[in-house]
Design a binder for this molecule. Structure first.
Ligand SMILES: [Zn+2]
Length: 190
């Protein structure tokens, strides 16, 4: 019997490059900013997640990041119940072997390739690099910013060129900005 291929998934890694800057000056948003770009979205706007294999400290970091995205009001992230399979897995790792370990966090995902920025996400896993976050003295709020950035990838957002965006590639200081809300709306409301 021929097995029908029903989907084509591609694994890519979205990387968040660590910033080594010790500057604590205020970051000013550009006067006008483009909506944060996206590469795909989930079919549904209620998306389940689970935190796995991580400490209560990191569970709380992830839960705070989840709350931030839920507040935006475009998607609702809900904790998966019991043995239910979660759409997004949120975890942390003590040792990261990717890209010389210089990543504060990263997100793996699989999606149905639609050949444009409208890919259909089918699963995602975001990981925080504990040793690096500790080594460079990230505060809990900064770790939450990194977690928020990684969930942004898991929801379909790409990197933004704006330093005020949570999706700026190498920043620990920014949280969700207006342009990120608009970018998420664009990804889910079309
Ligand atoms: Zn990133």
């Amino acid at each position: 019997m021929l097995k029908k291929i029903v989907k084509w998934t591609v694994l890519v890694i979205a990387t968040l490059v660590v910033t080594l800057a010790t500057c604590s000056s205020t970051i000013f948003a550009a006067a006008t900013s483009e909506p944060t770009p996206s590469w795909g979205s989930w079919d549904q706007t209620t998306i389940t997640y689970k935190t796995s294999n991580t400490s209560s400290y990191y569970k709380s970091v992830w839960k705070n990041a989840v709350k931030r995205w839920n507040k935006v009001g475009v998607v609702q992230l809900k904790a998966a119940k019991g043995d239910e399979k979660a759409d997004i897995t949120l975890t942390s790792s003590q040792s990261l072997s990717t890209k010389s370990g210089k990543l504060a966090g990263y997100t793996n995902y699989s999606y149905l390739n639609k050949g444009n920025d409208d890919n259909k996400i089918v699963s995602a896993k975001s990981t925080l690099n504990r040793s690096l976050l500790t080594k460079y003295g990230y505060t809990k709020n900064q770790r939450t910013n990194v977690a928020t950035h990684e969930i942004g990838h898991a929801l379909g957002l790409s990197h933004s060129a704006s330093k005020a965006s949570v999706m700026y590639a190498s920043d620990r200081y920014a949280s969700i900005d207006h342009q990120d809300k608009v970018g998420l709306q664009d990804a889910y409301n079309d």
